[in-house]
Design a protein around this ligand. Structure first.
Ligand SMILES: Nc1ncnc2c1ncn2[C@@H]1O[C@H](COP(=O)(O)OP(=O)(O)OP(=O)(O)O)[C@@H](O)[C@H]1O
Ligand SMILES: Nc1ccn([C@H]2C[C@H](O)[C@@H](COP(=O)(O)O)O2)c(=O)n1
Length: 235
């Protein structure tokens, strides 16, 4: 028997999300602006489920799915995966969760993502949390993220550095946290993702956060957005 979850990921005509009607907050911002870090804090304090589009895509690669190689190549180049792939993964994750409120982190990345998500699922976000941060700061954070992951991981192999030389060193962390791909991701953010933020801004749905400050200070600003709509605080 086909369940409602099957319908979500086998692409039935009507998305199962139009029945579940989840509450969705889109979390957007440049690469390394701190979306994942702050989502973890929001989950802990406000009971949302965090769905990172990038993490779902990376899990799809690791699952050995037929789309895995295509996704891997696109992520390594810092470009955006076709929306039907990402939307299917998001639908499945939402349907498999018992929660009804979700932070969708790193999606929609462009107008095509946005328009297809709204038309396929019928879900419109409650609001969009936008982490605003300078490229200099984001670059610093991303380069240091890979350094930490690399030395902690200790899986050694040949790695190609930005200058073309290869070295034997621990290979882990994110394949796209290298300076070449980081710059491409910044360009994709400016060329494609900012228009999504502008779209929701024109609908009065954007809550902009100064994300260049230390983590705790950024979270104070985030709390000020979520506390007034918190179910527990309202009860
Ligand atoms: N406010 C902050 N100040 C300094 N470092 C931070 C701050 N927020 C996050 N970081 C660090 O910066 C790195 C990137 O943060 P995070 O993974 O949360 O960003 P992201 O926006 O989710 O990135 P991506 O878009 O690449 O997934 C991490 O190493 C994290 O620990
Ligand atoms: N909606 C999305 C989200 C992510 N991707 C791809 C392209 C990104 O560079 C990569 C990593 O995402 P992050 O973890 O930094 O949010 O995943 C996409 O194609 N579409």
């Amino acid at each position: 028997m086909r369940t409602i979850v099957d319908a979500a990921y086998t692409g039935g005509n009507k998305s199962a999300l139009s029945v579940k009607k989840p509450k969705v907050v889109f979390v957007l911002g440049g690469p390394g602006s701190g979306k994942g870090t702050q989502c973890a804090n929001i989950v802990e304090h406000f009971g949302y489920t965090h769905l990172s589009a990038g993490d779902l895509l990376r899990a799809e690669i690791n699952s050995g799915s037929e789309n895995g190689t295509m996704i891997q190549n696109m992520i390594s180049e810092g470009v955006i995966v076709p929306p039907e792939v990402t939307i299917k993964l998001l639908e499945k994750a939402i349907m498999e969760s018992e929660n009804d409120k979700f932070l969708i982190d790193g999606f929609p990345r462009n107008e095509e993502n946005r328009a297809m998500f709204e038309s396929v699922t019928g879900v419109v976000p409650e609001f969009v949390l936008f982490f605003d941060c300078s490229e200099e700061e984001m670059e610093r954070r991303l380069l240091s993220r890979n350094q930490v992951a690399k030395w902690v991981g200790r899986v050694w192999s040949w790695v190609r550095w930005g200058n073309g030389q290869t070295w034997f060193e621990p290979k882990c962390g994110r394949v796209d946290d290298n300076i070449d791909t980081i710059r491409k991701r910044f360009k994709v953010f400016v060329d494609s993702s900012l228009s999504v933020i502008n779209y929701y801004n024109s609908k009065g749905k954007v809550k902009k956060i100064d994300a260049g400050k230390p983590v705790a200070q950024v979270f104070e600003a985030v709390k000020a957005v979520f506390t007034p709509i918190d179910d527990k605080a309202a009860a």
